[in-house]
Design a protein around this ligand. Structure first.
Ligand SMILES: Cc1ncc(COP(=O)(O)O)c(C=O)c1O
Length: 421
């Protein structure tokens, strides 16, 4: 090929690559966040904070109420809504006193704050943690664990430990059996292993009172492409039904009004729309809709939780050691024109406001001062607040001392939080 042609092709290639340059993604705050930025600047202790939009929370609660109707009871998942104020608000609004608990200190706190609550463990507690609950329960507490608390049993060995605990405490313990309906996170997966513990319960009559079953089915929402969600749902509910019918066979110990718990935020819409063996669903995250819950089934839900952090520094976008390449990098993308540093960081969260902020993959993350890059179009200044959307609420809420509440876009109050595990 002639050199002239080669040169032509080369120039075409460069022009093509140039045409693929990223657009400027930066935007100033949208009005909702602009107003929050102004409010936080005027009313703050200068520390990163969680914000909860109560209007959006109400709308999410309404979606759940509508979908469940009076066909299915609701149990609030405490680890995903880890704030006594938030739980109390939702319990009233959704008319439930049922809570699913995953952490022994939360159990004791709930027994104090909600003495009328019905508590079900969402995971099997080490028997020492269960003992700790009774030791820390105030002597004159009006919460009555023998009627209001159900421990979770996932194996014959755990059943034995809890039988010994009941014996040592000289009090009855309520239990539910954890089923493996396809998640493969432990629990009873087949009729044989389930029958063994039921036989033991029926034969030896330890001071353990069977309440029912719990089978969580998050795998249904993550089924691989060759299995449809409805097929995955059908498989999980078929397993639940089979194990339920095994349990019903033990009529001496099977309760008249069994607890048949299952589902979570990702699958509760399926249980509310299709035939299900459950009589209650556990839901937490869908009320706040963090990023990991952006799914087709939760389209009617809206994000309600934000994390806000003050900007400590705004600098040019240069990287250490390669400052001289900054001109080239900026020529390639305007989204590296500047970098800002936040108070804190490394949260499981994505920046959402102002638009066009991104983590810098070339620089890395920081728990102390997170770096975000953007174009100048964000107009971000030191002292402004950056808003991030958490990907999960579990574990994040407890990292903050309090949640600040928004009504009509205005800061109107605060709720304290429960500590994370
Ligand atoms: C046993 C169990 N039920 C329900 C849930 C659902 O919680 P969420 O609604 O917050 O996803 C979970 C979450 O991990 C769980 O482990």
């Amino acid at each position: 090929m002639k050199r002239r042609h080669l040169l032509g092709l080369g120039l075409l290639g460069v022009a093509g690559a140039w045409a693929l340059r990223p657009n400027d993604l930066g935007r100033p705050y949208a009005p909702y966040f602009e107003s929050l930025n102004t409010q936080l600047k005027a009313d703050t202790d200068g520390l990163p904070v969680l914000l909860l939009d109560l209007d959006r929370l109400d709308q999410n609660a309404e979606v759940i109420r509508r979908l469940l109707g009076n066909r299915l009871q609701l149990r609030l998942v405490v680890k995903s809504l880890a704030s006594p104020g938030l739980l109390e608000y939702l319990a009233k609004r959704l008319d439930t006193q049922r809570f699913m608990v995953f952490h022994q200190p939360h159990l004791n706190q709930l027994a104090r704050s909600f003495p009328q609550a019905d508590l079900l463990l969402g995971k099997p507690m080490p028997v020492q943690a269960a003992l700790g609950f009774y030791q820390q329960l105030p002597r004159h507490s009006t919460f009555a664990p023998d009627r209001q608390l159900t421990w979770l049993i996932d194996s014959a060995a755990r059943l034995q430990e809890y039988a010994e605990l009941a014996e040592a405490l000289q009090r009855p313990l309520r239990i539910a059996l954890e089923l493996d309906v396809g998640l493969h996170r432990g629990g009873f997966a087949d009729a044989r292993s389930l029958s063994q513990v039921l036989q033991r319960l029926q034969r030896d009559k330890p001071n353990l009172h069977l309440q029912g079953l719990m089978g969580y089915d998050a795998q249904v929402a993550h089924a691989p492409p060759w299995i449809s969600t409805t097929e995955a749902f059908a498989q999980a509910t078929a397993r639940y039904r089979e194990l339920l019918s095994t349990a019903q066979g033990f009529s001496e110990i099977w309760p008249e009004q069994p607890l048949l718990n299952g589902a979570g935020s990702l699958t509760y819409p399926l249980h509310s729309q299709l035939e299900t063996p459950l009589n209650e669903v556990a839901v937490g995250s869908a009320l706040l809709k963090p990023g990991d819950f952006d799914s087709d089934l939760l389209q009617a839900h809206q994000p309600a939780l934000w994390l806000a952090s003050p900007v400590l520094k705004v600098v040019d976008g240069a990287l250490p050691f390669v400052q001289s390449a900054q001109g080239l990098l900026e020529a390639w993308t305007p989204n590296r024109q500047q970098a800002c540093y936040l108070y804190g960081g490394h949260w499981p969260a994505q920046p959402v406001a102002p638009e066009g902020l991104a983590y810098d993959e070339l620089y890395g993350r920081s728990r102390n001062q997170e770096r975000l890059i953007s174009s100048h179009a964000t107009r971000l200044r030191v002292g402004d607040w950056v808003f991030l959307r958490p990907s999960v609420s579990e574990g994040v809420i407890g990292e903050f001392r309090e949640i600040r509440l928004l009504r009509g876009g205005q800061l109107v109050g605060r709720w304290s939080t429960l500590p994370s595990v």
